[in-house]
Write a new protein. Structure first.
Length: 450
């Protein structure tokens, strides 16, 4: 179930060196898309390595509600019998997407050009997030929507019975918005064109091509111009989901700040639209290497090796890199606390509309643990204290945000005093094995407050 249970306070304290191998779960973005594109295909899509986090399980449930047959074979192995493009049935219950912005926005897109209605809801975090960024472009297809004030869930989407193709310039750097428009374009006749001025993760484009859609991307003066020919017959595929660089970020960053650590994180997808954090860490002086670099399923993959890095330096993170590391800023700010000097992070206003306002959530928690943070509408700066000098000792609010909870638990692994989070429950949305995995490396995380 996606409803959030009783809070689970957690505490992390300094431990010995982190060592060993961290097998992080499958990529969340690709897992959602595997289920959704499987449901829109003809035939049986098989998936291995699916992330079985709550966000993705909620998408699996939603695909069943729209008529696809989704089966869990155990151990990350799933199959989806799709209904084909335009074949969605009208769900007879409200679709609860839990905590997942990706889930709800992509699913709104893929039902928006079918003559059915669906009502969407989520948890308190998701129900506070902006949906107009998706419903505005969907309206161009002829889709109607009625939600709460401020374009918030719960919201009913009335799909367009006679959709027209659209040409849309995405006004915010958001792969969710781009993907929602492309998925809606699948069931519109003619060519739907989506233009993004800043490149965001391109899994939807790559996977649509893999499922047999006619889709092209051209780099022009306007930006990335993506053209999709509507009403294709998508063909079922086998998908081996690569491991998630956004989850790899946590053991990697922990290893960099805990003395003596040496951690291997194998098989991490290093798609350039996702790998900005690792470039940034190396610029800060991190001992982070790519081993066994190779290509798998058309995506660059490597084993990451992270070792304790006592001489990290604060840097200016280029604004144009933001989209390729947007989910990693919270844990980067933790590493920045152990660097010497300031780390300035501009161009990040999207962080304010994630599962929480991530700049604010990290600023309040870092300050409570003795770190100075300055911020503006679309930037923030962390003043590092250098290795061994970060006090810790506070309890931080996780605001129903998995990445905030995990970031503060990483912080506590190298502070002078333990760091607690009020609720580690949301970690299960994206990284359900976080506690045993980090514990296996030597981290000391307990389910208690202080
Ligand atoms: C995602 C896109 C990003 C990212 C999210 C996953 C996706 O969100 O933060 O975790 O899978 O398309 P935005 O589209 O809001 O940038």
């Amino acid at each position: 179930m996606s409803s959030h249970g009783a809070p689970i306070p957690m505490t992390s304290r300094a431990c010995g060196a982190l060592t060993g191998t961290a097998q992080v779960p499958g990529d969340k973005s690709i897992s959602h898309r595997s289920l959704i594109l499987g449901a829109l295909s003809v035939g049986e899509t098989t998936i291995t390595g699916l992330l079985e986090g709550q966000d993705v399980l909620d998408t699996a449930r939603a695909m069943r509600a729209f008529g696809a047959e989704v089966t869990d074979h155990g151990g990350g192995s799933w199959s989806v019998h799709g209904v084909g493009v335009g074949g969605f049935a009208e769900p007879d219950q409200v679709i609860d997407c839990g905590n997942s912005g990706t889930g709800v926005r992509l699913i709104m897109g893929c039902m928006a050009t079918s003559p059915i209605s669906a009502t969407f809801t989520g948890d308190a975090s998701l129900n506070g997030r902006p949906m107009a960024r998706v419903t505005d472009p969907l309206a161009l297809f002829g889709t109607q929507s009625v939600g709460r004030s401020g374009g918030r869930l719960p919201m009913t989407i009335v799909g367009a019975a006679g959709p027209v193709p659209v040409r849309y310039v995405v006004p915010v750097p958001s792969a969710q918005v781009k993907s929602a428009v492309l998925l809606a374009g699948l069931n519109a006749p003619g060519k739907t064109v989506v233009i993004e001025t800043e490149a965001t993760r391109d899994h939807t484009e790559r996977m649509l091509a893999g499922f047999g859609a006619e889709i092209t991307t051209e780099i022009t003066d306007e930006g990335r111009v993506i053209t999709l020919t509507g009403q294709p017959e998508l063909k079922a595929q086998h998908i081996d989901v690569p491991r998630d660089p956004s989850s790899a970020a946590f053991p990697v960053c922990a290893a960099l700040i805990v003395p003596g650590s040496d951690v291997l994180v194998p098989n991490i997808g290093l798609n350039p639209t996702r790998a900005g954090l690792f470039t940034t860490l190396r610029e800060m002086g991190a001992d982070l290497t790519y081993e066994n670099e190779r290509e798998e399923g058309g995506e660059p993959v490597a084993d990451l090796r992270a070792r304790f890095s006592p001489d990290l330096k604060g840097i200016e993170v280029p604004a144009e890199r933001a989209a390729s590391m947007i989910d990693e800023y919270p844990v980067l700010s933790v590493v920045a606390a152990f660097a010497s000097g300031k780390t300035h992070m501009p161009g990040v206003k999207e962080l304010r509309v994630k599962e929480s306002d991530r700049i604010d959530a990290m600023k309040v928690g870092l300050e409570a643990n003795g770190i100075t943070v300055e911020d503006g509408p679309d930037w923030w700066t962390v003043t590092g204290l250098g290795h061994g000098n970060v006090p810790g000792g506070a309890t931080c609010a996780s605001h129903l945000d998995h990445r905030i909870a995990m970031s503060f638990l990483v912080l506590g692994m190298a502070t002078q005093r333990p760091v607690s989070v009020d609720d580690g429950g949301p970690i299960a949305t994206s990284f359900p094995i976080f506690e045993p995995l980090m514990g296996g490396l030597g981290a000391a995380i307990t389910r208690s407050n202080g």
